[in-house]
Each structure stands twice: as C-alpha cells, then as structure tokens.
Design a binder for this molecule. Structure first.
Ligand code: PDD
Length: 306
C-alpha cells in the first residue's frame, strides 16, 4: 500500500488517520515538520533533515516526542509498510518513479483550547509516506513559470525562518496568487522588497557563469537541497555567492532555478510575464542538475542541452 501513516506508534491507512481537533498543530500550526524523499527506496540526506527537525523544535521550544534515532526507525518502518503498489505516472520524471515522499510532523499536542503552550499535554508524532509526486519530466525539459508574490515572507522578527513550522499561511496565500497567474511557484519578497525564497523552495540566479542565492540573513529556510547544490557547484569549480538579490537581479539573470527536496533543481524560464534569459533551461542549471542526479545515485538528466 503506497500510502501509510504512522500515528503515534500505530501504522494506519490514510482513511483511518486522525488527529484530535484539540491538537495545537491543527488549531494553531503549533508544530514542526520535515519533508524527506527517497532514492532507490532509501531516505536522502536523512541526517540533515533530522538535524533541522531538532533545530526547528528548539526554535519554538517544542519538545519533540521522538529523538532522531527513533524518528529514523519509524520512518524506516513506515517506508517498509508503504512498499509497492504504485500507479504508473506517464508524466513523471524517470528518477521519481517508485520513490516516496515522507512527511514527519511533530505537534506540541492536544490540550485545553488556549494559546498558552503549557496547556499542551501530549505531544504527537506523525510520519506520512506516500508516492513522490515531483514535477513532471516536462518541467525539467522546458522549465517552469514563477511569479513574485504580493504577500510578503513572514518577518524573521515574527517567526524564525530557519524553523520549519506548521505556521504556513503566508506561503499558502503566495501559492494561491501564483496559481491565479499561471505560475508553478511563488517567489516571496521581504518587507524591503528583497528576494527571499519560494513558497516551498530556495531561489538561485546565474549571471556570467556565477551562481548566486540569498544568504540565510535574508530570512530564509536553510534548504538541504540548497546546501547540496552549493557544495556540488563549488566541487565543480562553479563560482558561487550567497548575496542579497532583488527582483531585477533575477530579471536580468541568464538563468534562474529553484531547489527543494521534492523538486531537486528546476529551471525557471518565466518570471511573471517575462522570459528568463533565452527562455529555456540554461547550461549551468543543467550541469548542476546532472551533478545532483549523480549525487542522488540515479539516472542523469532528461536530454542534452539544446
Ligand atoms: N519545502 N524554503 C521553504 C519555505 C521550504 O518549505 C522548503 C522545502 C525549502 C527547500 O528546502 P529543502 O531543500 O530542505 O527541501 C525552502 C518542503 C519540500 C515542503 O514544504 O514541501
């Protein structure tokens, strides 16, 4: 059965998976989470994801129900239970076929209604495993459209951007805007109009062969994929910089791409109504994606750059 939940120690079918209406994750987004994917059925960069889960919990003073080794064990058990039975997806990128999406959620638990975290009595731990639905093969071959969102990234003074929490409404609204404008991802700006990140991805720009991405100080999530891509670029001798970016820096870039666990590296060929560079995936993006594909141990990219 390709989709399974592990709820507080019990493997359940999706139709049986329930959390309390008094759960603070449901009521207030008072939770932390991680998204991990598999390659060859094995979780990728698991240690980095579990370290970030711990970091996110520490940032909101949430005591997670499981430590890292218990979480790794429960992910393995749920992956095992979710083996096989995949429906074929003709549009899928070849390297995503048969792979799994893993979402780990730790809530502060249920309790009396009230914002005071001390009201929480029983923390909840959840692992959801389902078939990975990454971008279609076409997104890698032709690139995607993005849109600058009107809604701004939540201020780091309000919520620590390096914590992956359940408080996601600004990102939800940004995606709503992007969809309404025919885009596959929203790019969020901060109050001063600087580029931060995508609604669920990090953003990169390539100019004159140099790869640039906003620094953590820009108020962004430290993406695991962002880290892998920066390392691969440096290993390949591609110049990289973590520097503030403005929308116009993306607009004049030769190439733009986004990164995330589910998407890997996806070329961005449109910013709103404007084409990026030549309006098709560029050589640096392809080269880094090929290196990432090799790193992930699977087939390399779809086709040679045109
Ligand atoms: N999102 N920025 C934000 C706001 C994110 O939510 C994500 C990931 C990233 C990329 O991080 P990583 O490379 O570690 O996946 C950046 C996951 C995939 C999600 O929420 O579905």
């Amino acid at each position: 059965m390709p989709t399974v939940e592990y709820l507080d120690g019990v493997l359940v079918r999706p139709s049986e998976a329930r959390v309390s209406v008094f759960d603070r994750g449901f009521l207030y987004g008072d939770s932390v989470y991680e998204v991990v994917r598999t390659y060859g059925g094995r979780p990728f960069e698991l240690a980095a994801h579990l370290a970030r889960l711990r970091h996110s919990a520490d940032r909101i003073s949430l005591e997670p129900k499981w430590d890292a080794s218990r979480t790794a064990a429960e992910i393995a058990r749920t992956l095992e239970a979710a083996r096989g039975g995949d429906a074929p997806d003709p549009l899928a990128a070849p390297w995503n076929v048969g792979e799994r999406y893993v979402r780990v959620v730790m809530t502060r638990g249920a309790g009396e209604i009230g914002l005071d975290p001390a009201l929480a009595v029983d923390p909840v731990a959840i692992v959801v495993v389902q078939p990975l639905h990454g971008p279609p093969a076409r997104a890698y071959a032709e690139g995607i459209a993005t849109a600058f969102a009107g809604v701004r990234r939540a201020s780091p003074a309000a919520i620590d951007p390096t914590a992956k929490t359940g408080a996601h409404l600004p990102n939800v609204l940004a995606v709503q805007e992007a969809r309404a404008r025919g885009a596959q991802e929203a790019i969020l700006l901060d109050e001063r109009g600087a580029v931060t990140e995508g609604s669920s991805s990090n953003v990169f720009a390539v100019r004159g062969g140099r790869v640039a991405t906003p620094p953590l100080a820009a108020g962004i999530l430290e993406g695991v994929t962002r880290g892998v891509v920066l390392r691969l670029a440096r290993e390949a001798g591609v110049a990289t910089e973590e520097a503030p970016l403005r929308p116009e820096d993306l607009e004049v870039a030769d190439e733009v791409f986004i990164t995330s666990t589910v998407r890997e590296i996806v070329p961005v060929t449109r910013l709103g109504a404007q084409a990026v560079g030549a309006g098709r995936p560029g050589p640096v993006t392809r080269r880094l994606h090929d290196a990432f594909r090799r790193r992930a141990g699977g087939p390399v990219s779809l086709q040679a750059p045109t």
